[in-house]
Ligand binder design. Structure first.
Ligand code: SAH
Length: 389
């Protein structure tokens, strides 16, 4: 693989993707998924990675030295990634063990939920090595069972169909119990969102627990109640959950019971958050703390503008429901919306509702979702704790 003139910069700075347009020449006849070397025009080695002629990202870099990509290589990457998470197991038994590019294994996500692993394959280069990688995970991490959750549309960009199913050991139970700080949750590895749970919000849920004492809390886009349960454990006076899926709401209700919070004053509204927040405003309801954790509004660069309008709108609706001095815990998980753009949407929202507001904390995805310094694309979740007057 010979890099085109003037296109070696990102690789030299260790960015792990080589786009189609950056390749001047393909030497030999590499098959999809094969290990290839990327060289400059003089033939100097730049990087080694796996190849996919059907993807715009033709090569994903595995190493910037000419090392063998064999079983030991993958095992070492797994060990290094898992080692970096070891401290987290004091807090939780649900942890992202492998975060794709940022852990040197582009295209692979591996999450541990108690005794089970749930993983996602996003690229062809990983797909062709799946059996080896599953075997290594089984040996290194000793799970009771391993489940694949590659049922995601982005695989089409690599020429892959969605796939899911049980691949090793025991079948996961339909409700796998995990702990997160003082909280317990049930996770459905087979059909829960992502690989089962929003592990990326762990630190922010724990933060909510710290600041919820005595507060009336509104948990919007609540999924199975992660934020609201932590608010309850932190001594919230009440929690109102808003979520469009009635099934997720039922799980949220069960989670309160599971956490000994059946006495908590709680409400559950199944519906569209935008409409429901408007209705609460018309009913003159007020809260001390509003959590907004919407789904991804922008899937690509073209959708960023619409997404920003969405973020502004939902934050207007959230801010209007806050008492003076109340707190807004607000997030965006759209990778294409930068922290800066998201903040601009929040500034516009505050200005529209004529409320003064200040940032108390800037928030990000949890530390088991690291972001490679040379891979800014890995940063997708950002949020703010804002006090609104
Ligand atoms: N806060 C949750 C994760 C939220 S994910 C946690 O910590 O676990 C976003 C959730 O918003 C999903 O559960 C999805 O079903 C829900 N959702 C998506 N669009 C919605 C809408 N318009 N109104 C209400 N809920 C919505």
């Amino acid at each position: 693989m010979v890099i085109a003139k003037g296109r070696a910069g990102p690789l030299r700075r260790y960015h792990p993707w080589v786009y189609a347009g950056a390749i001047a020449e393909v030497r030999g006849h590499p098959e999809p998924g094969d290990i290839v070397d990327v060289v400059d025009r003089r033939g100097n080695f730049l990087a080694r990675g796996y190849y996919n002629p059907h993807s715009q990202i033709r090569v994903r870099v595995l190493s910037t030295i000419a090392q063998r990509i064999d079983e030991d290589f993958w095992a070492e990457r797994f060990r290094r990634a898992a080692e970096a998470r070891s401290r987290l197991f004091q807090i939780t038994d649900a942890v992202r063990l492998v975060n794709s590019e940022s852990d040197g294994i582009p295209g692979l996500i591996v999450d541990r939920y108690g005794d089970f692993l749930s993983f996602q394959v996003l690229t062809y280069g990983i797909e062709v090595r799946k059996h080896l990688l599953v075997e290594l995970m089984a040996g290194l991490f000793s799970p009771a069972g391993i489940y694949e959750r590659s049922d995601v549309g982005v695989r089409a960009l690599e020429g892959l169909e969605p796939a899911k199913g049980h691949v090793f050991g025991e079948e996961p139970p339909p409700k796998l119990e995990i702990r997160e700080g003082r909280a317990k949750f049930h996770v459905d590895i087979r059909s829960g969102h992502k690989t089962g749970f929003y592990l990326d919000q762990r630190e922010n849920r724990l933060l909510l627990e710290e600041i919820s004492h005595g507060k009336e809390v509104l948990d919007v886009f609540s999924y199975t109640g992660g934020f609201g349960v932590h608010a309850g454990l932190g001594g919230a006076k009440s929690v109102l959950f808003i979520e469009e899926s009635a099934k997720n709401l039922r799980w949220a209700r069960e989670h309160l019971v599971l956490n000994g919070l059946s006495e908590l004053k709680a409400g559950f509204v199944a519906g569209n958050a935008f409409q429901e927040l408007r209705r609460l405003y018309r009913e003159r309801r007020q809260f001390d703390l509003v959590v907004l954790d919407p789904p991804k509004f922008a899937r690509n660069a073209a959708e960023v503008e619409d997404a920003l309008r969405g973020y502004k709108d939902i934050n207007i609706l959230g801010m209007r429901l806050l008492r003076r001095g109340g707190y807004l815990l607000t997030f965006s998980c759209s990778g294409h919306v930068t922290e800066d753009l998201f903040l601009k949407a929040l500034i516009a929202a505050a200005s529209d509702v004529r409320r003064e507001a200040k940032i108390l904390r800037r928030l990000h995805q949890a530390e088991d979702h690291p972001v490679g310094l040379t891979f800014p694309e890995g940063a997708y979740l950002k949020g703010f704790l804002i006090q609104v007057f």
